[in-house]
Design a protein around this ligand. Structure first.
Ligand code: ADP
Ligand code: ADP
Length: 242
C-alpha cells in the first residue's frame, strides 16, 4: 500500500487556507521532495498525514499504508498505528538536550520504558543492542554516551534518524531536516536519507526549501504554492538555472 494517499484535502486556519484541495499519493519506497515557498502548506500537509491536526470537514480523505487516518474532518483510531509506521524528523531534531544520544534513541522509540532508565542508564540488553545498531547504522555510535546538546546539528539529526529506525518506521516524514545544518552536514543527512530509501526501502517524504537539494537527492518533486499542488513529477529534467 502507499505510504500516504491524500485526496482532496483542505485545511483552513481562521480565514487562511493552508491547504486547498490537495491530492497526492506517495508510494512505498518513493523518495519525494515537498517544496514551495514559506507558508505554502508543506508542514501542514505533513502534519495532516500524521494526524497532528484535523483537516477541514465535508470532504477529503487521508490514508496511511492503506488505513484511513482522516476522513470528514475526523482523525480515526488508525492514527496510532500510522504514527508507529511513520518516523517523524524535524528541523530542530527534537532530542532532550541533557540526555545522552543513546537515551534519546531508547526513550523516543521505546516510549513504554520509564524515563528513569534514561537517567540511570539501566536498559534491557536486547533493546540496548538494537539502539546501538541503529546509531551505528547512521554513523554516530561513537557519540552514544554524549549529551545530545554537546553534539553538532548533523550528529543530532542522525541520532533522530536512528530513533525512527529503532521505532521500526516504514517511512520517514522529514520537515526541513537540513534547514539548520551547515552545507556539509546537510549533504550527509540527505545522503543518509537516500541510502535508507534505496537500500532499506524506506519511503521518504522530505520538505526542503532548497530546490537544488530536491533535484539532487529526490526522484520526485511535489511543489506547493498557496496550498495548492502546482507541480508533481520527476525531478529529472528540472533545473534551478535559467
Ligand atoms: P510551510 O511549511 O510551507 O512554510 P505551513 O504549512 O507552515 O507552510 O503554513 C501554511 C500556512 O498556514 C501559512 O500561511 C501559515 O502561516 C499558516 N499556519 C500554519 N500553521 C498555523 C497555525 N497553527 N495557526 C494558524 N495558521 C497557521
Ligand atoms: P514551518 O514552515 O517550518 O512549519 P513556521 O514558522 O511556519 O515553520 O511554523 C512554525 C509553527 O508555528 C508551526 O507549528 C505552525 O503551526 C505555527 N504557525 C505558523 N504560522 C502560524 C500562524 N499564522 N499562527 C499561528 N501559528 C502559526
Amino acid at each position: 500500500a502507499a505510504v500516504a494517499s491524500v485526496r482532496d484535502v483542505s485545511k483552513t486556519y481562521g480565514a487562511r487556507k493552508a491547504l486547498d484541495g490537495v491530492s497526492v499519493e506517495v508510494g512505498a519506497g518513493e523518495m519525494v521532495a515537498l517544496i514551495g515557498p514559506s507558508g505554502s502548506g508543506k508542514s501542514t500537509l505533513l502534519r495532516s498525514i500524521t494526524g497532528l491536526h484535523p483537516i477541514d470537514p465535508g470532504k477529503g480523505v487521508i490514508q496511511v499504508f492503506g488505513e484511513t487516518v482522516q476522513q470528514n474532518g475526523r482523525i480515526t483510531g488508525a492514527v496510532r498505528r500510522a504514527r508507529g509506521r511513520l518516523g517523524m524528523i524535524f528541523q530542530q531534531f527534537n532530542l532532550v538536550g541533557r540526555l545522552s544520544l543513546f537515551s534519546n534513541v531508547m526513550l523516543g522509540s521505546l516510549g513504554r520504558l520509564p524515563a528513569w532508565r534514561g537517567l540511570i542508564g539501566l536498559w534491557p540488553r536486547a533493546d540496548k543492542d538494537k539502539a546501538m545498531a541503529a546509531l551505528h547504522r547512521v554513523g554516530v555510535s561513537e557519540y552514544a554516551a554524549q549529551r545530545a546538546n554537546t553534539l553538532s546539528g548533523g550528529q543530532q539529526q542522525r541520532g533522530a534518524i536512528a530513533r525512527v529506525l529503532l521505532q521500526g518506521a516504514k517511512a520517514i516524514l522529514a520537515d526541513e531536516p537540513v534547514a539548520s545544518l551547515d552545507p556539509v552536514s546537510a549533504r550527509k543527512v540527505m545522503e543518509l536519507l537516500v541510502e535508507l530509501n534505496k537500500r532499506d526501502g524506506l519511503g521518504v517524504i522530505v520538505t526542503l526549501h532548497q530546490v537544488d537539494y530536491a533535484i539532487r537527492y529526490c526522484d520526485r518533486v511535489i511543489a506547493l504554492q498557496k496550498g495548492k499542488v502546482v507541480y508533481d513529477g520527476p525531478s529529472t529534467g528540472l533545473d534551478t538555472k535559467r
